[in-house]
Design a protein around this ligand. Structure first.
Ligand code: GL7
Length: 818
């Protein structure tokens, strides 16, 4: 059967592609090309490209049935895939043919690509990492399924009105989604609520059964994930929630029409919307229901696949490995135990061994507000049986600890899954750690801090279970697709192998770092990318920026720990100098910001307002704007990121040391030739080690110093009082200079900085300003700067997500890439 399918694959010649596009136009879009909109063309092209993945899809599914291959199940509440079409074209290796086919059809491929609404099913780095990992898993031919939620509404669209963020609901599905294939036959029931009941089984053993309050259904929506030119496809399998029955007939019989529809409405709510918080948790009932919903469907699916392969439950740990992308899916540990113990009647110890072997957990943040914990009453209300299972896991675990550390009650309290200080909570990070055979952080520093701090007791108990896997990003999307000029310049010199062998091959660029003609070509690429971005900002928003200025860019979620306001303080410092005619050493710069603030995060929204207020003031002041400009690029997402990273001269990675677990934007910038100004934090440290200290602008406190200063009592008001320059900057904001005389508007931000300044913005201010001065000086030496830029790219090979995935395969999953 599979070989028959192989033969029906469509061809990739220009003529065949053209015919295919026209065919889809007629049969799927159902219009005459005469009346076509650009979006119609997009759909026809997308269907043609998808068709070219389908033959590989079918043969790849065969691999998933191969019982000798271990499958990676990547469990993640977020997958920030970015637009599919451009990526699929690149990975299938048909960009030339598609371009020509489009030309012959008189359509503009770039315009077509712009039509795609990106599936924004993630908040930021964590969701985008999952997407890069799927690309690498497939490129490395590791059979994998990404399991998640098909949110009907992804991350909100951001508009800026009067300088403030306004959120608009994301309607990514409104024009249809040509990339997904619904599998109605793949659907699973998911129970929620109710109570549990003990009973005696045939053998006289005590068992528990869960009598749920209601049941919903999860239906699989599959999206093909193509590997890079390797005829391999993996699955992104997202679950949509539906009602088991459309109507509650009992209620309907009683004439209660609304009551009858109620359950249906609730069931469909589960996968309705992505929670828009980045690195912080809301602790809401719907959120826990979402997490359990997708995890339960995914585990049931994995057990079905196990059966399909003719394997037994004993084989589970060798047949599949589940990676928990943060704690969001960690309820999976209790769910697998429930399935094994309650439904398959496996005895507890065996089930526990199987569960621990099957799961591994990645921690993505140390911020306390992000460590998920659920209040006991809420947990008991939604998942009564899971709570019992968690109690059992906990009591067995704690009795081991008691044996190992007799009398150490404090340790018991610290390690328990149940937090009993004050109101009681289930700590999901503890469940994830106890229930996994491997725990990893996402950069060397982050893993160290995890071991020393947040999971210290667990590390002491089982040091061998802790690993570091430094994050990476895919060079296919982030260099080849989004920076084609740079990609072809690189390929001209070192060939094309870097696209899949970044770690070994990119370094070959190093020998051209001093080559003057290569340097010129390198600068030309950057200049063109900057000019493109300037045009785009002009066209879309009427902004005026000068491509000859230094492009200093900070794009990422807006958060106090990421310190966009530190960047803003430096801009005001320059503003003051220009106003005071102390312009010596000021290099013309364009400051570009982008990023969304969580809708309920007031200070983050105020930071956006401040940036826009500074931008507007400078726009209206020719004395200042001949030197500097500030723009806020609205609605930063993957699609907009395509224009931003490649245009940067300087990448801002200025989080308070110890707070940014890794960062991945830092990698995208550096790989595209930006130099970094950054703190000793997350993956910045490893980037600096690779590119060399001389090619990196480091400033500020390190994580140990941050900790020490906080312990010894930090007094931001004194810092402000003792630094005239800083004082001038803060006072200018307070004076209303950027807010048309309004002295109240920025008060909450100023009060926070002068009050407790939790992220040490003021403490790092002077070091940052001094470092920026070094940046300006360095930028004025064109040749030296270009050399540094080339060396940055050449030495970034380590940060390919292919390397990260190989690390996971070797150390955690014990899978051999194909
Ligand atoms: C994050 C970290 O904040 C970020 O530093 C890291 O690069 C990313 C991927 O590992 O994970 N953790 C987190 O909760 N979010 C992140 O982006 C949302």
């Amino acid at each position: 059967m599979s070989t028959d399918v192989m033969h029906i694959g469509p061809g990739n010649s220009v003529a065949e592609l053209k015919e295919s596009i026209l065919g889809h136009f007629c049969f799927d879009v159902g219009k005459s090309p005469e009346y076509a909109t650009l979006h119609d063309w997009y759909m026809a092209v997308a269907y043609s490209v998808r068709e070219r993945m389908m033959e590989h899809w079918v043969s790849s599914l065969e691999r998933i049935r191969d019982k000798h291959q271990k499958i990676v199940g990547y469990l993640s509440a977020e997958f920030l895939m970015g637009p599919h079409l451009g990526n699929a074209i690149i990975n299938l290796g048909i960009e030339q043919q598609i371009k020509e086919a489009a030309e012959q059809l008189n359509i503009n491929l770039d315009e077509i690509l712009q039509q795609e609404e990106e599936p924004g099913l993630g908040n930021g780095g964590l969701g985008r990492l999952a997407a890069c990992y799927l690309d690498s898993l497939t490129t490395l031919k590791v059979p994998a399924i990404g399991y998640g939620i098909r949110y009907e509404f992804g991350i909100f669209d951001q508009m800026i009105r009067d300088g403030w963020q306004v959120e608009i609901t994301d309607k990514w599905l409104r024009n249809g989604n040509p990339w997904e294939i619904v599998k109605p036959e793949l659907n699973y029931g998911v129970k929620l609520g109710g109570k549990t009941q003990g009973y005696t089984d045939e053998k006289g053993g005590y068992r528990v059964k869960w009598i749920p309050e209601y049941e919903i259904r999860g239906v699989a929506y599959d999206t093909p994930v193509p590997g890079y030119k390797n005829e391999t496809i993996n699955l992104l399998r997202l679950w949509k929630s539906e009602a088991t029955e459309s109507f509650d007939f009992q209620a309907f019989d009683k004439g209660d029409y609304y009551g009858a529809v109620h359950e249906k409405v609730f069931s469909e709510t589960i996968s309705k919307v992505l929670y828009p918080n980045d690195v912080s948790e809301a602790g809401k009932k719907l959120r826990l229901s979402q997490q359990y919903f997708f995890v339960s469907c995914s585990l049931q699916d994995a057990l079905r696949i196990l059966e399909l392969r003719g394997l037994s439950l004993d084989d589970l740990p060798d047949a599949v490995t589940f990676q928990l992308n943060d704690t969001h899916p960690s309820i999976a540990i209790a769910e697998l135990m429930r399935l094994l113990v309650d439904e398959y009647m496996v005895d507890w110890d065996k089930a526990w061994e199987c569960t621990r072997k099957t799961f591994a957990y990645t921690n993505h943040t140390l911020l306390p507000e992000a460590l998920e914990k659920w209040s006991l009453p809420l947990f008991a209300h939604i998942l009564p049986r899971h709570l019992e299972i968690i109690y059992e896991i906990n009591s067995r675990f704690l009795s081991d600890i008691r044996n190992k550390y007799p009398g150490d009650d404090d340790r018991i309290r610290r390690m328990s899954i149940i937090d009993e200080q004050g109101s009681k909570y289930v700590r999901m990070a503890h469940l994830a750690t106890i229930g996994s055979h491997a725990v990893n952080g996402v950069s060397a520093l982050h893993t160290e801090l995890l071991k020393q701090d947040v999971l210290h007791d667990f590390y002491e108990l089982q040091p061998d279970a802790f690993f570091n896997v430094t994050n990476g990003v895919t060079p296919r999307r982030w260099i080849k697709l989004y920076n084609p000029r740079l990609a072809s310049l690189i390929s001209d010199r070192i060939g094309e192998r870097w696209i899949t062998h970044l770690e070994t091959d990119l370094i070959n660029l190093q020998s051209f770092a001093d080559d003057l003609s290569f340097q010129q070509a390198w600068r030309d690429v950057k200049k063109q990318n900057k000019t493109d971005l300037a045009h785009l900002l002009k066209q879309r928003f009427g902004m005026n920026i000068n491509p000859d200025s230094l492009f200093d860019i900070q794009v990422k979620r807006i958060h106090e720990y990421k310190r966009q306001h530190l960047n803003a303080l430096h801009i005001i410092h320059l503003y003051n100098r220009i106003k005071q005619k102390r312009t010596d050493g000021i290099t013309p710069r364009t400051f570009i910001f982008g990023g969304k603030a969580a809708p309920a995060y007031y200070l983050a929204k105020l930071i956006i307002k401040l940036i826009n207020a500074i931008g507007e003031t400078i726009d209206n002041d020719p004395e200042v704007n001949q030197f500097i400009r500030v723009v806020f690029f609205p609605d930063f997402n993957v699609k907009n990121g395509a224009h931003v990273y490649k245009a940067a001269d300087l990448s801002e990675q200025i989080s308070t040391a110890g707070k940014e677990a890794s960062g991945t934007g830092n990698m995208k910038f550096s790989m595209n030739g930006a130099l970094t100004i950054g703190t000793y934090d997350g993956a910045n440290i490893e980037i600096m080690e690779c590119v060399g200290e001389d090619n990196f602008f480091l400033f500020g406190l390190d994580a140990a110093e941050v900790k020490a200063i906080k312990q010894n009592g930090y007094h931001p008001y004194d810092v402000y009082n003792n630094n005239n320059d800083l004082k001038e900057v803060i006072d200018l904001i307070q004076s209303g200079a950027f807010s048309k005389g309004d002295t109240n508007i920025f008060k909450p931000l100023i009060n926070s900085l002068l009050g407790d300044d939790p992220y040490l913005v003021l403490q790092d201010y002077q070091a940052y300003v001094d470092c920026q001065q070094r940046v300006s000086a360095a930028y004025n030496n064109e040749q030296a700067w270009t050399k540094m830029s080339i060396l940055n790219v050449a030495r970034m090979g380590k940060f390919s997500s292919d390397r990260s995935i190989r690390d996971y395969c070797e150390n955690i999953w014990h899978v051999t890439p194909g």
